[in-house]
Ligand binder design. Sequence first.
Ligand SMILES: [Zn+2]
Length: 345
Amino acid sequence: MIDELKKEIEGARRSFGHELESIQSPEQLAALKERYLSRKKGVVSQFLARLKGCLPAEKPLAGQAINQFKEFVEAALSAAGAAGFAAAASGAWDDPSLPASELPVGRFHLIADIQGRIEDIFLQLGYEIAAGPEVERDEYNFTKLNFPEHHPARDEQDTFFLEGHDDLLLRTHTSPMQVRYMLGHRPPLKIISPGKAFRKDDPDSTHSPCFHQVEGLLVDRGIHFSHLKGTLEAFCRSFYGPDIVLRFRPGYFPFTEPSAEVDISCFLCAGRKTDCRVCKGTGWLEILGSGMVHPQVLRNCGIDPEEYSGFAFGMGIERVAMVKYGVPDLRLLYENDLRLLGQFG
Ligand SMILES: [Zn+2]
């Protein structure tokens, strides 16, 4: 009796295995479970019902064999259910012949993407990338860049000074890299320096205590304003579009003289739409600051302004992103909401 039962259990185990292999859907899996484990008519219950017919001496062994089979069936069904769960959730069962499901692909953050594209354009123009430290010396951030002693930017209200280190601060612009580079290299110099800068601004739609800049510096013999104009024109047309027109307005920066704010014609409407979302109908977009390197800055960095001249320019990457893509609030760029970031890059 017991031998016969054991043989039958072995047979049931094999057919269960075959049936499990051919499962195609969660419904089929549930039906298989019902067939084997249902209390009334399940295969396991039918085996248990036959215990009554066993001799008393055979009962423990028969019971053990049936229990082992039951545990095997339960474990196999549970494993198959877990494996199939992910597939079932996406609407497909575990079919290894199907093409792999698409995984989300990472991309650059908009800020990094724009920085990379600006870098590419200047690399093509023969510039080098010079990255510098974010914790900077007061001397490089202000003094050598010709900031007067009592310039408002040097105030603790505006700048993050490092506690216990009067000479150290979080750089307020990437311009100190100009100083570092001029101190370490002889002209001709042609660099851009991208990176983070920090100011004590309360976050609002156009300000953030941490932001990104790209600055450029070129120093050589016989450099004048037309070189600056030509360079910025080449950059803006490459970045914003071939028909962009530039407008230079007088500006003021301690480290350049003369200084100019640069506007570009609206790349969306070219000034033809009064309700343009990009230029608000003005036809112009403020995008960067620039100027000829102040002779005192050259002198501070050991370069003779009688022999050399140069130009410098700088732009905020967040500002570029907001202008180019119509991002209405700078803070959106830092909230890392993938619904926004997924639209770019
Ligand atoms: Zn416009």
